[in-house]
Write a protein that binds this ligand. Structure first.
Ligand SMILES: [Zn+2]
Length: 508
């Protein structure tokens, strides 16, 4: 008769589940205990296994995140920023700038190295300078502090309360762009604490009104009025992030971006009584134009950056489009058609897009409309001009009753040159933190403040190291969130990246 299995009772300390499992095997399938290894030895093996697992997880977390005290500081600044109502239209960025300023002063930054100011009182920006040896030109670290408006009733949680739930931090701005803002400040304070001596000044600018631009945009204002404060060899900004789809796919480095052009399609009509309708109706004219727009696609094409992107993607994508991705990089029109049809993101990477986003029209239920208008928002490839987009839209509209008017001023920006020092540092660090994950140069479909800098001759690169599920991006939407792990990994990535880019051996 073999040993009775209640000997497993001696393996306490959380092994009761295993005991139960073994018991069930024993009672259901086995007459006696089939394990003939002395139970003391098995106990020792389990203990060793548990110890090994703990050590492994400790060393893994030690590699990908900063020590607890630094994480705590980044967390506290992040929370503070998220809970400030800095909505683009109804909020103020000044409290964020002031909060950052207080944190920096507590971290022993001199008042003379901190600037707080903006186009109007409520839209202040913060600029802080961390002095290096001056061997190389400064590097600028940029993040915006305004956020897209968020209504409590649209969200499942309060958008201006920093909430940790199910492994995520929730709140408006958790991804766009207060994580990077908080990390820039926390890391700068840490550099100071360590006595890190960079070979170039490190400038952090937290700026107003990126969301929607306009007269109070911090980057534009700083360039116009205080350019000396942010003059730099190049800048790091939002716009590049880690793509995840069940596993980490790529750490994207943004080197160019589409720019925005808004148009207003407008139809004016003399109107009349609704009991006497006529075919010449403002709403029908507009509807016809929008219908034609909905069926129109700008030509598909690849440029230097998007070709590089598709080339890299073809190496890591093992789905049905693997071959097509290679062919897109080689400019195959047929492959572009298939790839664009497969994904709205790939479609937007391959062409300029224009889409109706807002409508207005009519003035009474019983009157023929005197006005019908729509806003059409275009995301334009850097190589497509305003004139080209405008004339193309007029051709698509094909109705002289519908006027096509430009709204606001577009800010086209050239692509930034691919810097080998930045690309190499990003690649090495990405591989160290997340082995096997490539760094992919990208053009983003959205627009960032990087466009102002690029136009002003300061190359700008979007890189964050915050990994996000690429099929669940909540920027500007409801329940915006950032994975807790991603936040701290991004902190560690940016900490090391900036250090490398501002250390003698890497700056040239
Ligand atoms: Zn943003």
């Amino acid at each position: 008769m073999k040993q009775p299995c209640n000997r497993w009772m001696c393996l306490t300390c959380g092994l009761l589940v295993i005991q139960e499992f073994l018991k069930s095997i024993h009672t259901r399938r086995l007459v006696g205990c089939v394990f003939t290894i002395p139970h003391e030895r098995i106990a020792r093996m389990f203990k060793l296994g548990i110890l090994f697992a703990i050590l492994l997880s400790l060393s893994a977390s030690g590699q990908t995140t900063r020590p607890d005290a630094e994480k705590q500081l980044a967390h506290d600044i992040y929370k503070q920023f998220i809970e400030i109502h800095s909505g683009y239209t109804t909020g103020a960025t000044t409290p964020v700038a002031e909060a950052a300023s207080s944190r920096l002063k507590a971290g022993e930054f001199a008042d003379t190295d901190i600037f707080v100011g903006g186009a109007i009182l409520t839209k202040a920006n913060l600029v802080v300078r961390y002095h290096g040896t001056g061997a190389a030109k400064p590097i600028l670290l940029l993040a915006h502090t305004d956020v897209v408006e968020a209504k409590r009733e649209d969200w499942s949680v309060d958008p201006f309360q920093f909430i940790e739930k199910d492994g995520f931090y929730y709140g408006r701005g958790t991804a766009d762009d207060k994580a990077q803002a908080a990390v820039w400040i926390a890391n700068l304070i840490q550099y100071k604490k360590e006595g890190f001596k960079p070979d170039r000044d490190i400038i952090v600018a937290l700026t107003a009104d990126e969301e929607g631009g306009g007269p109070y945009n911090g980057v534009e204002w700083l360039l116009k009025t205080h350019r000396d404060l942010i003059e730099a060899e190049y800048a790091l900004n939002e716009g590049g992030w880690g793509e995840e789809s069940k596993k980490k796919i790529s750490n994207d480095l943004q080197v160019s971006e589409k720019y925005v052009i808004n148009f207003r399609f407008e139809v004016r009509n003399k109107g009349g009584h609704s009991s006497l309708p006529v075919p010449d109706n403002a709403i029908y004219h507009l509807a016809g134009a929008l219908g034609r727009l909905s069926k129109f696609g700008f030509p598909l094409k690849a440029n230097a950056v998007t070709s590089a992107y598709f080339q890299e993607m073809s190496k890591i994508d093992n789905g049905p489009y693997k071959n097509d991705l290679t062919k897109v990089a080689e400019n195959s029109p047929e492959a572009m058609q298939r790839v664009a049809a497969a994904s709205s993101a790939w479609n937007a990477t391959l062409r300029t897009t224009c889409v109706a986003t807002m409508l207005e029209g009519g003035h009474a239920m019983n009157a023929l409309p005197q006005l019908a208008a729509a806003t059409v928002n275009c995301r334009v490839l850097p190589e497509d001009t305003l004139e080209y987009v405008e004339s193309t839209l007029r051709t698509v509209v094909a109705d002289d009753q519908v006027s096509v008017k430009l709204v606001g001023e577009p800010h086209p920006g050239p692509a930034s040159p691919l810097r080998p020092d930045l690309l190499d540092a990003a690649r090495q660090l990405t591989d160290k933190l997340w082995p096997g994950v490539p760094v992919i140069p990208i053009m983003v479909m959205g627009a960032t403040d990087g466009a102002y800098l690029r136009s002003a001759g300061i190359p700008c690169y979007g890189i964050q190291g915050f990994f996000m599920d690429r099929d669940d991006i909540r920027f500007h939407g409801r329940d915006e969130r950032m994975s807790v792990q991603s936040f701290y990994e991004g902190q560690a990535f940016l900490y090391e990246l900036v250090k490398r880019l501002s250390s003698a051996s890497n700056s040239r």
